[in-house]
Structure formats: C-alpha cells, structure tokens
Ligand binder design. Structure first.
Ligand SMILES: NC(=O)c1ccc[n+]([C@@H]2O[C@H](COP(=O)([O-])OP(=O)(O)OC[C@H]3O[C@@H](n4cnc5c(N)ncnc54)[C@H](O)[C@@H]3O)[C@@H](O)[C@H]2O)c1
Length: 269
C-alpha cells in the first residue's frame, strides 16, 4: 500500500470479522478507533477503544471526530426477528452514516452481505447491479442498509462502499462454502481496497475469495475497487461430498434460505 490511511474507525470490532480488519488497519492506518458495545482493549498508541452502541447517534458522531473513514461491521449478523434487524441493522446503519456526515468523514465501508441476493438460484451468476433477491429478513435489512448508503452518497456526497461479504471463515466448514468462502486474507484485501480505491461515489461489490465454484461476479469489484482475491476454496473440496444436494439446485443461500429459515423469527406481534 502506498499512502497510509489517517484515522479510521471500526464499528463492531469485537465480532468475528473485526480482528482481521483491525490487524490489516494496524499496518495501514495512522490511528484506529475501535468501537463496539462490548469492551475492547486498545493495543498500543495508535489505537483508541470506545464502548458505544450504534443506537446512540451522538456517541457515534463523537467517536468519528477527525476520522477519514469508517468500516461499519456492527450489527446482527444472521436471521433475527424483524424488529431487531430494523433497530440494529437499518436504524444502526442510518446512525453510522448520519454520524459520518456530521463528523465530516470522507468514506464509509458498509459490511453488507451476499444474502441480499441469496434467493437467486445457484446456477445464476449474479452481478452486483442485479435487483436484490434477499433470502430472508436479515438479507432485507442489508438491502435497506445498502439503500441508505446509496442515498448518503447521492444526496450528501459521502463515499460509500457496500462490501457483500461471503462466508468469512478460516477455512470452509460446509459444502456451500466451496462457492461462498471469504478467506481472512481476502477479507483484509477487500476492506483495504474499499478504503483506498479512487473515484468512489457508491460501489456495491461482492467480497468473496476466487473460488472456482463461486456464483458472484468479481469483475465489477475488481475494476471499481482494484482488488483481485487470491484464495480458492477448491483446495478444500476433497473434504466435502461432490453429490451434496446443495449442488442440485435451489437458492444460493442454501439452508439459510427458505421458509424453515425465516419462520422461526416471524413473531406474532
Ligand atoms: N461473518 C460473515 O461471514 C459475514 C458474512 C456476510 C456479512 N457479514 C456482516 O459483517 C459484519 C460483521 O460480521 P461478524 O461475523 O463479525 O458479526 P458478529 O456477530 O460476530 O459481530 C458483530 C459485532 O457487532 C457488535 N454489535 C452488535 N450490535 C451492536 C450495537 N447495537 N452497537 C455496537 N456494537 C454492536 C457486537 O458486539 C459484535 O462485536 C456484520 O454486519 C455482518 O452482517 C458477516
């Protein structure tokens, strides 16, 4: 990387993806602000830890003061009751974008999800500009977050990159991951590119490793963000059955899609 980033905030840094982003930014940014509702400990002089809930717009705006960019990871990371998804993923993303606007932040990277298009069938190669087909309520909340990002870009000139993360794992643990795996190394590469790519207004891109069996387009992300992933889940293929029903057809979300995945979270209000 050439120019070092200035001050960068990571929300939701205490989750699964956070430590990988934190480690990448430790090298690339002059100062990293660690935000989570859980306690996090700063490591060294170039980190500051702040306990804050993304429901608190004022606290977010204060923690964003002087920041050049925000990587927004905080949120509910799977299917959940719709009211909770609206509070945390939709209102929470609004709060992050609005706090960024107030604090004069230049760029926000949103952790979106492949699940915004999880109801496309597995034999369909999806480009990021195709209409959303969320595979559940969580996917719907991420469609709304992306729409908020687009609006903040168009209306206020905030630079926004929505990274549709694949399945972030050390290595694949289920058949679907042969298509959807996002290695930690590629995750760091995509986030770094999302923070540094020139000429960004709003970009939505899949962040997935270069898996031979992937069903999401990488060319758009590569041309707009300039990152070409390096890992391929195919090297783990021997650990999974070739005739797994997942490959026979059905939604890209696999077992995470369909009525059995959504109905447990539909409450009688
Ligand atoms: N892990 C994946 O494979 C994957 C795939 C697609 C998208 N994503 C998205 O990436 C992001 C990070 O994923 P993850 O797997 O690390 O999630 P995670 O559930 O492990 O961590 C989420 C973090 O957000 C924090 N958080 C939740 N609500 C908060 C609030 N109201 N205020 C402040 N902090 C709050 C939690 O304390 C936690 O540290 C999420 O937005 C998720 O939807 C993840």
């Amino acid at each position: 990387m050439e120019a070092k980033l200035g001050r960068v905030v990571i929300t939701g840094v205490a989750g699964r993806v956070g430590p990988t982003v934190r480690a990448a930014l430790h090298r690339d940014a002059e100062h990293v602000v660690l935000v989570d509702r859980e306690s996090v400990t700063a490591d060294g002089a170039n980190e500051t830890a702040l306990k804050a809930d993304i429901a608190d717009l004022g606290a977010l705006a204060r923690s964003f003061e002087g920041a050049e960019a925000v990587v927004h990871l905080a949120g509910l990371s799977g299917e959940a009751p719709f009211a909770d998804l609206l509070d945390t993923n939709v209102q929470g993303t609004f709060n992050v974008l609005e706090a960024a606007r107030r604090a004069g932040v230049r760029r926000v990277v949103l952790a979106s999800s492949n699940r915004v298009t999880g109801n496309y069938p597995i034999h369909h190669h999806v480009f990021p500009d195709e209409p959303p087909r969320p595979d559940g309520l969580y996917g719907v909340s991420k469609v709304a977050s992306e729409a908020l990002g687009q609006m903040y870009a168009d209306t206020f000139g905030l630079e926004v990159v929505a990274l549709r993360l694949g399945s972030f794992e050390e290595e694949p643990t289920e058949t679907r991951h042969l298509a959807t795996w996002l290695s930690p190394r590629d995750c760091a590469g995509f986030v770094r590119a999302a923070l540094t790519a020139p000429n960004v207004s709003f970009v939505a891109a899949y962040a997935v490793s270069a898996n031979a069996r992937r069903f999401w387009d990488l060319a758009g992300g590569e041309s707009e963000l300039g990152y070409r992933p390096v890992d391929d889940a195919a090297r783990f293929a021997a650990g999974f059955p070739d005739d797994d029903p997942f490959w026979h057809g059905g939604p890209q979300g696999g077992a995470y899609a369909g009525p059995d995945a959504v109905l447990p979270y539909v409450r009688d209000e």
